[in-house]
Design a protein around this ligand. Sequence first.
Ligand code: B1M
Length: 215
Amino acid sequence: LPLDERLKRRIIDGERNGLEADLDQALETRKALAIVNDTLLDGMKVVGELFGSGQMQLPFVLQSAEVMKNAVAHLEPHMEKTDEDGKGTIVLATVRGDVHDIGKNLVDIILTNNGYNVVNLGIKQPVSAIVEAADEHRADVIGMSGLLVKSTVIMKENLEELNQRGIAADYPVLLGGAALTRAYVEQDLHEIYQGEVRYARDAFEGLRLMDALIG
Ligand code: B1M
C-alpha cells in the first residue's frame, strides 16, 4: 500500500507495529498536523462508520483509538509552535459521562502550541470540577468536549448551572465534539446562556475562537 493508505489502515486495523517508522517517513514530506488531519483522522472516521454500522466491535475501536493516540504523541514534537506565550487560560474537559478524549487532547495540543495555557482536566468531568478549576486558574474561557448525543444535553445543563451560579458573564464557553451542531450551539444554547458560547468544528476553529474571545 502507498504510505498514506498504510497509515490510515493502521488506525482502522489498530495495528501499532511499524507505526512510528511510517510516521517518520511521512514526516519527510509532510507536516505533522497535515498527517493528523488528512490521514489519521480519515482513519478514525472509517472506524466510526464501521462501529456505527455494526461491522466493528468496541474492543477494536479501543485499539484504533490507542494507535491514534500513539501516532499523535509521536507527531506532537514535530508540530509547529509559536513563540507567543501567556495568551490566556482555558480549562478544558470532556463532560460528565463521556470518555472520548482524542479530539479534546488535539485541541489541547493546538492551543498550547499557539501560546495558550491549557488546564486539561481529562474525561468525565462534572460541572462542579470544571467551575472549581476555572476559578482556581482564573481561566479566561471554559472549553467542553463531548461526543455522545447525551453529552450535548449535559453541556446545556452545565451552561444552566453557570447561569445559576451567576458566573456566566465571567466565562465564555467553547464547545466541540462530533454530536454537536453549529445550529444547536449558536441558536439553542446561545439563547439560554447568559455569557458567550461558541461552537468549534475542529481544533483550528477552536484556536480562532480563542483568539477572538480573548484577543
Ligand atoms: Co465511541 N462513540 N463510544 N468510543 N467513538 C462515537 C462517538 C460514536 C459516534 C460511534 C458510532 O456509533 N458511530 C457513538 C456515539 C453515538 C451517540 O451518542 N449517538 C459512540 C458510542 C456509542 C460509544 C459507547 C457508548 C459504546 C459502548 O460502550 N457501547 C462508548 C461510550 C463510553 C462513554 O463515553 N461513556 C464509546 C467508547 C469509545 C472508545 C472508548 C472505544 C473510544 C474512545 C477512546 C478515547 O477517546 N480515548 C471510542 C471512539 C474512538 C469513537 C469514535 C469511533 C471516534 C472518536 C474520535 O476519537 N474521533 C466515534 C465516532 C465518531 O466520532 N464519529 C465514537 C477523532 C477525534 C479527533 O474527533 O473527538 O470529534 P472528535 O474531535 C474533533 C472535533 O469534534 C473537535 O476537534 C476535533 C478535531 O480537530 N472537537 C473540539 C472536539 N472536542 C472539541 C472541543 C473544543 C473544540 C473542538 O473546544 C472545547
